[in-house]
Design a protein around this ligand. Structure first.
Ligand code: GAR
Length: 195
């Protein structure tokens, strides 16, 4: 059976990439295969994870980033793009070329703590500052509005009284992101191959 060819875009530690790689091994992700990992940061530990898993990986930086990205994705016959801790906003011109074909994982319950400036640890700092008792993660399609595309999956996570941004980030990853992202990847991959 044909599998959807997935490119994962990363910038940092790559624990969400790892969750996808593990899901592929365990069979949770079976309608898609991680064919390519692209980092916009040569120091991203995610690159090591890709290497260890034997997945083709490369670094793209600089002004021509999106043009090169588009080229690489087309050359590699990519069906689906997953932003997994990718800390760069894609232009409206780029997202328009991939309607319903780009997924993102965001570490909060959209529409809370999202949009421009809300990424990584900052999201959890903002949640703690506001004093919310529940936060979570969202997987959504990517369109021209940062964190504004259709929501695919969400999961709530409790905020504990003595949480720091770091402890909260970890709990949101463990209890929500690493579970939701593979599930959403499978669901959308299935749709892609049936289309
Ligand atoms: C994750 O929490 C992810 O949701 C978040 O950055 C972290 C990356 O961790 N992404 C964003 O904030 C994007 N707006 P990882 O590199 O270990 O997957």
């Amino acid at each position: 059976m044909r599998k959807a060819r997935i490119a994962v875009l990363v910038s940092g530690g790559g624990t969400n990439l790892q969750a996808l790689l593990d899901a592929q091994k365990s069979g949770i992700l079976q309608s898609g295969e991680i064919s390519l990992v692209i980092a916009n940061n040569p120091k991203a530990y995610a690159l090591k994870r890709a290497e260890r898993a034997g997945v083709r990986h490369l670094v793209l930086t600089g002004a021509e980033f999106e043009a090169r990205l588009e080229e690489v994705l087309r050359e590699s016959n990519i069906d689906l793009i997953i932003l997994a801790g990718f800390m760069r906003i894609l232009s409206a011109g780029f997202t328009a070329k991939w309607p319903n074909r780009i997924l993102n994982v965001h570490p909060a319950l959209i529409p809370s703590f999202c949009g421009k400036g809300f990424y990584g640890l900052r999201v959890h700092e903002a949640a703690l500052e506001r004093g919310v008792k529940v936060t979570g993660a969202t997987v959504h399609f990517v369109n021209e509005i940062p964190d504004g595309g259709e929501i695919i999956l969400q999961k709530a996570v409790e905020v504990l009284p003595d949480d720091t941004p770091e402890t909260l980030q970890r709990r949101v990853m463990e209890e929500a992101e690493w579970i939701l992202l593979p599930q959403a990847a499978e669901r959308v991959s299935k749709g892609v191959i049936q289309a």
